[in-house]
Ligand binder design. Structure first.
Ligand SMILES: Cc1cc2nc3c(=O)[nH]c(=O)nc-3n(C[C@H](O)[C@H](O)[C@H](O)COP(=O)(O)OP(=O)(O)OC[C@H]3O[C@@H](n4cnc5c(N)ncnc54)[C@H](O)[C@@H]3O)c2cc1C
Length: 292
């Protein structure tokens, strides 16, 4: 592996990606790389750039559909203590990109720091959540971001402050290749009140979303002023199946995947939904889930 000579400890080849995603679908990554320090990451990015190897960043895999044929190039997954760190301060929390969002939500209850509770029930990492501006009816992560630490494709690190960042619906203006970590502003509050809010959101999600099965969350973005789930539901598509993939009976914007489902099943179902919804409502549904 001359391309990554000296980095053999963190680089593996032809690693199946299915188990790194919430859908449990996807073929192998040509190079699967788990840097544990910014220096290692910078070196990996520089080598990929010099050798024209495409790079993708994998977070918790909760918003991804990976093709059955896998991914050519490098899939980088931040790992280790540095990227997984979480530190609460009197003003909020600082977290590495690999830290799990749901753990921070739970810890913010214990710490008596309010803000993150609006993200209860959203799986994935801090990096993925910032990249996607994860959130929903109760609030988005972007509202709390104070600054984000980034690295570009040349391996150069830098920080963007709140005033330079724009967070929209499942979108940010961050164009840097890698989010290394972020600082969030939170407000001190009564832990019981925060816990009650977490519970309220959890109960709402449990009643309206299929949380315990394989999915990638909402498949489509809501068109402006409309609900993608309602359009799919009103098109009579709840329960519609292609191979192992099925439109959820509980929330029509979720596709659930039985064990053994192929990415091609999910993609076929996505096309059926898009065509039916377009025929009936003349609305073209854009993907929220990212397809690799
Ligand atoms: C059951 C379920 C419920 C969900 N509910 C919601 C919800 O209510 N609201 C919501 O917004 N989402 C929801 N989602 C989708 C998903 O949880 C979010 O999009 C989440 O933020 C994805 O984070 P991740 O770490 O899994 O990112 P991944 O899926 O791994 O990646 C998503 C994108 O982020 C990029 N990325 C990841 N980490 C980094 C990094 N360190 N640097 C740069 N780019 C990076 C990836 O390259 C990719 O483009 C749900 C998903 C599931 C399975």
């Amino acid at each position: 592996m001359t391309l990554f000579a000296g980095l053999e400890q963190i680089v593996k080849t032809e690693v199946p990606l299915a188990s790194y995603t919430w859908m449990r679908i996807g073929g192998p990554a040509q190079y699967f790389i788990e840097p544990t320090t910014p220096e290692q990451l910078a070196e990996v990015l520089r080598r990929c750039r010099e050798n024209e190897v495409p790079v993708r960043i994998l977070g918790g895999g909760a918003n991804l559909l990976i093709d059955d044929s896998g991914v050519r190039g490098a899939v980088v997954r931040l790992a280790g203590e540095t990227f997984g760190r979480v530190r609460f301060t009197k003003d909020g929390v600082e977290a590495g990109a690999a830290a799990e969002l749901h753990r921070i939500v739970l810890r913010s209850v214990r710490e008596g720091m309010s803000g993150m509770e609006c993200l209860a029930g959203i799986p994935g990492s801090i990096g993925g959540a910032v990249r996607m501006n994860a959130g929903g009816a109760f609030g988005d992560i972007g509202n709390m971001v104070e600054s984000v630490d980034l690295m570009d494709s040349d391996g150069v690190g830098f920080t963007r402050l709140r005033g330079e960042l724009v967070f929209g619906y499942r979108h940010t203006n961050i164009s840097a290749k890698v989010i290394l970590g972020a600082q969030f502003r939170l407000m001190p509050d009564d832990p019981r009140r925060i816990l009650n809010q977490v519970k309220r959101i959890w109960i709402y999600k449990k009643n309206t979303q299929p949380l315990w099965v394989r999915s990638a969350g909402c498949i489509f973005k809501n068109p402006r002023g409309l609900s993608a789930g309602a359009l799919i539901d009103k098109s009579g598509l709840k329960g519609r199946r292609t191979g192992g993939a099925q439109v959820s009976d509980r929330h029509a914007n979720f596709i659930i995947a039985d064990p053994g489902t192929r990415a091609s099943d999910v993609l076929k179902l996505i096309n059926i939904i898009r065509e039916d919804v377009y025929k009936r409502w003349e609305v073209y549904l854009e993907l929220e889930v990212e397809v690799w």
